[in-house]
Design a binder for this molecule. Structure first.
Ligand code: C2E
Ligand code: MG
Ligand code: MG
Length: 564
């Protein structure tokens, strides 16, 4: 007798095998009870099923066993395609899982989440596949309803903004040319006021019908209360013809005809713009232009405007990354005190050398940042850097201030004064070492907003000073010199640059200096590019001077000559 059959190892092994096969039987029973279940041979012929499957699919074993999988699917191209995909994947030896639409014997559709497992023999030949299914019809119906709701504008039945963007994404991915047309009804709000709410509904309804009538094969969407869009392969002249079409088909409200005109923009892919974001931006921008010029026109932006816009969008995108990764820098422009002949302050100016876009000047950057709201982040960054710097100068025993340019947009934030005080505290910079430069545009807006004036006074009480920058470039109003806590004004460099050539300008500057001094306001001059300008400004009694003749803006590492 072979003793080895009775070793402990063998006993344990045979016990494990038994328990594994027992366990597997239980799993199989559980799966069969809990799920719909059937077995396919390698060619897709049904070999066996469980009763749950028969119940749901309405098939009898006699009718379904031996038949092909195609019988279980709806008779549609998309279903056949999916069926092939599944069989191919199983043949390759991979599990397939996902949602499938099925059909009952009577042709009724239902949805299942399926898991298909291929079984191979020792020679790696596909024997059969187990298909385990769970019904998800309710979930799928709900999802379809939600998608429908998300894809349609409930008021007009047109496509939603979301769906329009989906369609454009699809066209972009397939590189299909199209024109994105954005339309808005002229004087919509006046029209609305002339009418009541039901009329607004009727107007939208009628306009929708006109759009469908003139553009029957285009995708039409509703983008806002009074904004409609088309994705269309049609030519510009046909699209523009919609204006004439509206003349011949007035809208009838309460049996009265109302003539409607539209403003519209056409943005072509790929000729004008190449990404969804750029297309949408360009469309809005050019629609805005049409409206500002009086409306009643459907047009495109000129080529150069398109490329400017692309750069703008690029700047917006890159700026977010630059701020996040601290790629901005601050340079310092010395301001010389005319009495001591020494530097009294440095004006902090933002600099950005973008990897993707090259150097972006503040003149380009600041207006974009103001529009997008990123100006607050730039402001905080420059404030932190320059207050840190001013604190260092103070610790080293230098009496030097820092001037920071802030935009009015930043002061629309009610907490701006608090933020500035926090930065001063965190950086250890005394409040009286900070001077904030504001432009005349800022001053004009500040005048109209009590909270801005209050914040400026609050900061001023703490010791922060304010400089009115670019004086004379805007309104040169005396009102805000009285209303706002302004300690200095800086004469705009346009005056400085023409003073030596134009006597009138010289007299104007003299007037500005004496006027400011009579109000106890100090006078600074910027943009000094020659010795002659500097001497004349000194003689006229300017208190501070800055400009390329004195120095260009410098990096911190280049400032050493001022600290000896
Ligand atoms: P600004 O405040 O009037 O700053 C002076 C601008 O004139 C600076 O240009 C400076 O480089 C330039 N400049 C100085 N001396 C001369 C000169 O002799 N000749 C000429 N032609 N130019 C001179 P920059 O740095 O390009 O800044 C332009 C404007 O952008 C600034 O005008 C300011 O309004 C704004 N800006 C700059 N940095 C910031 C910032 O951090 N925040 C905000 N909100 N605005 C900023
Ligand atoms: Mg300035
Ligand atoms: Mg200036």
């Amino acid at each position: 007798m072979n003793q080895t059959n009775y070793t402990l190892d063998n006993l344990q092994h045979s016990f494990e095998m038994k328990s594994i096969s027992n366990e597997w039987e239980q799993v199989k029973a559980g799966l069969k009870e809990g799920f719909m279940f059937y077995v396919l041979d390698a060619t897709g012929i049904i070999l066996s099923t469980n009763s749950k499957f028969l119940e749901r699919s309405e098939w009898t074993p006699k009718r379904v066993i031996g038949k092909s999988i195609w019988q279980l699917l709806p008779d549609e191209e998309s279903s056949r395609h999916k069926g092939h995909q599944i069989l191919q994947q199983l043949e390759r030896g991979s599990i397939w899982q996902g949602p499938i639409e099925k059909a009952t014997k009577s042709g009724q559709s239902y949805w299942v989440q399926a898991l298909a497992i291929p079984i191979f023999d020792e020679e790696d030949i596909l024997q059969h596949s187990y298909i385990i299914e769970e019904e998800i019809t309710d979930k799928k119906t709900m999802q379809t309803k939600l998608e429908e709701a998300a894809y349609t504008d409930l008021e007009t039945g047109l496509l939603s903004r979301y769906k329009m963007e989906e369609i454009m994404k699809e066209q972009l991915s397939k590189k299909v040319e199209f024109t994105y047309v954005l339309l808005s009804i002229d004087k919509f709000y006046t029209l609305k006021e002339l009418m009541n709410e039901q009329h607004e509904e009727a107007l939208l309804h009628e306009f929708t019908n006109l759009l469908k009538k003139y553009f029957p094969d285009s995708e039409i969407g509703r983008m806002g209360r009074n904004e409609f869009a088309l994705i269309t392969p049609l030519s510009d002249w046909y699209i523009q013809g919609f204006s004439d079409f509206l003349k011949s088909y007035p809208v009838y409200l309460d049996s009265k005809s109302v003539a409607i005109t539209v403003s519209g923009s056409m943005t072509r892919y790929p000729d004008d713009q190449k990404t969804l974001h750029h297309i949408v931006e360009a469309a809005h921008n050019s629609l805005q232009r049409v409206k500002q010029q009086g409306g009643n026109l459907i047009t495109t932006l000129p080529k150069d405007a398109h490329s400017k816009l692309s750069r703008r969008v690029e700047i917006e995108k890159e700026l977010m990354v630059a701020l996040d990764q601290q790629h901005l820098e601050v340079v310092y422009l010395p301001i010389i005190d005319t009495v001591t002949k020494k530097v009294s302050s440095f004006e902090a100016l933002v600099r950005w050398e973008s990897e993707a876009l090259g150097a972006v000047s503040p003149e380009e950057l600041i207006p974009i940042a103001e529009q997008t709201g990123l100006i607050n982040d730039i402001g905080t960054f420059v404030l932190e850097k320059s207050c840190q710097q001013a604190a260092e100068w103070q610790q080293q025993g230098y009496d030097i201030k820092v001037n920071v340019n802030l935009s009015v947009r930043e002061f629309h934030d009610k907490n701006m004064a608090r933020t500035i005080m926090q930065i001063l505290q965190q950086t250890g910079c005394p409040a009286n070492r900070l001077q904030i430069e504001i432009t005349e545009k800022f001053a004009l807006e500040a005048e109209a907003e009590k909270t801005i004036i209050e914040q400026m006074h609050a900061l001023n009480r703490e010791g922060v000073r304010f400089v009115l920058d670019d004086f004379g470039s805007g309104y040169a109003s005396l009102r805000y010199l009285q209303l706002l806590p302004i300690e200095s004004l800086k004469i705009d460099r346009v005056f400085i640059q023409s003073m030596t050539k134009n006597d009138k300008v010289l007299r104007l500057i003299k007037g500005m200096v004496s006027l400011a001094h009579s109000l106890q306001i100090r006078v600074l001059a910027e943009g000094i590019e020659s010795e002659q300008q500097m001497k004349q400004l000194q003689a006229m009694g300017c208190d501070g001077l800055q400009g390329f003749h004195i120095s260009k803006p410098l990096k911190v590492s280049e400032l050493s000559e001022y600290f000896e």
